[in-house]
Design a binder for this molecule. Structure first.
Ligand code: SF4
Ligand code: SF4
Length: 378
């Protein structure tokens, strides 16, 4: 088999099906990653969203028989909405991060990888392949970096020279020994903008990170959000783009190359108050195809409540009192109590004091206690 020729054909085909960047690397272990993961595990800063078996993230031969190489792909995504609704005083809106715009990117990338698999199989009958996107064993960024697609920035994301970090990544293990590409070298240099801009100090410099305090992670958790992070949530319903927005490689970069990634602005900047009443079915119908819906409606609703508090939206008081009095989920009741205290006013105060009398859940009581302190009656 002429692997050089096959590699050239795959690159050509990938371009034809709308892949922006493709690179090839060996299936050698990712030893530098092992060290980083071991430190993270020891320091207790893994989020639990990662693949759980550390060695399987490092050694490709633990997850694939006789791996010879890995093909990495990158698809560029839009950074600006074509039409963006504005947040008005009585109909405040939150935002979903850009990686949630359009149809769930996992689906889009898996389709591209499946097409490439079929293309290879037509030419190499005994080819074996295993594709993955984001939730697979391997680290998308580590693979893409070694395959020469870009370099890992201090914001821990992959930066490409052509598309900045507005790229989705996927990869495919193969039993074909393709000639590897040359890894990209550091692109950050002296720049430190993302580290300085991070609202939670999650970025520690030189590419190190505490993902457990990153808003991308925190917006997806289902429990109470610690108060210090409520204060910096701003209008984020899902995810955080700050360390990408400030990156010089992303300045002026906005790619509309895939119709599946286009998004209705009303969905990714939805009004907050209606979110508090949305049923499971409506949520699924409206947001179900977006990556940002994978944790269900609870984290989105909790975040919506926090954002309403940030805006001190008095028109939301009846909705929040409804949450405090009637929602069956402690996280929603407790967060609503806190939000009512932050917004203030007679109705909010009466509701907090009434809830204090009735509430049985210990965690919610802590939140009501906090709310009472804020309104000065604790
Ligand atoms: Fe910080 Fe937001 Fe980047 Fe997380 S996503 S590291 S919170 S700027
Ligand atoms: Fe690197 Fe600067 Fe971009 Fe951060 S903002 S990833 S330091 S280039």
């Amino acid at each position: 088999m002429d692997v050089k020729k096959l590699k050239a054909e795959i690159i050509q085909y990938a371009t034809e099906i709308g892949v922006q960047k493709i690179g090839f690397t060996t299936a050698d272990p990712f030893l530098f990653l092992k060290e980083r993961l071991e430190v993270a595990e020891k320091e207790g800063v893994l989020t639990g969203f990662e693949h759980p078996v550390l060695d399987e993230r490092v050694y490709p031969d633990l997850i694939f028989e006789e791996p010879k190489s890995i093909i990495a792909i990158a698809l560029a995504y839009p950074s600006k909405l074509k039409e963006s609704p504005t947040s008005k005083r009585e109909s405040r809106r939150g935002v979903f991060a850009r990686a949630s715009w359009g149809i769930d990117y996992h689906t889009i990338l898996r389709e591209k990888l499946a097409l490439i698999e079929a293309f290879i199989l037509e030419r190499v009958k005994d080819a074996k392949m295993k594709s993955m996107v984001d939730t697979g064993e391997l680290s998308d960024v580590a693979v893409a970096e070694r395959a020469g697609i870009g370099a890992r920035g201090k914001n821990t994301l992959l930066i490409t020279k052509e598309f900045g970090s507005w790229v989705y990544l996927g990869e495919m293990l193969t039993n074909i020994a393709f000639p590897p590409d040359t890894p990209e070298t550091d692109l950050c240099g002296d720049c430190n903008k993302c580290v300085e801009a991070c609202p939670t100090n999650s970025l520690l410099g030189e590419g190190a990170m505490n993902p457990k305090i990153c808003l991308s992670y925190l917006t997806q958790t289902k429990g109470f959000l610690e108060e210090e992070y409520r204060e910096v949530l701003h209008n984020r319903l899902y995810g955080c783009d700050t360390c990408q927005v400030v990156c010089p490689y992303n300045r002026g970069r906005d790619f509309h190359l895939h119709k599946e990634m286009e998004q209705d602005g009303n969905l990714v900047r939805p009004e907050l108050k209606p979110l508090l009443h949305i049923s499971n079915r409506e949520f699924k119908e409206k947001f179900g195809s977006m990556a940002g819906s994978w944790r269900g409606k609870k984290p989105i609703q909790r975040n919506a409540i926090i954002i309403l508090a940030r805006y001190k939206d008095k028109t939301a008081i009846p909705d929040l009192i409804g949450c405090l009095n009637h929602d069956t989920r402690p996280v929603i009741r407790g967060t609503a109590a806190w939000a009512l205290a932050k917004i203030g006013g007679k109705d909010a105060e009466v509701a907090i004091l009434n809830a204090w009398e009735k509430e049985k859940d210990e965690e919610v009581k802590i939140e009501i206690e906090r709310a009472k302190k804020i309104i000065g009656v604790g």
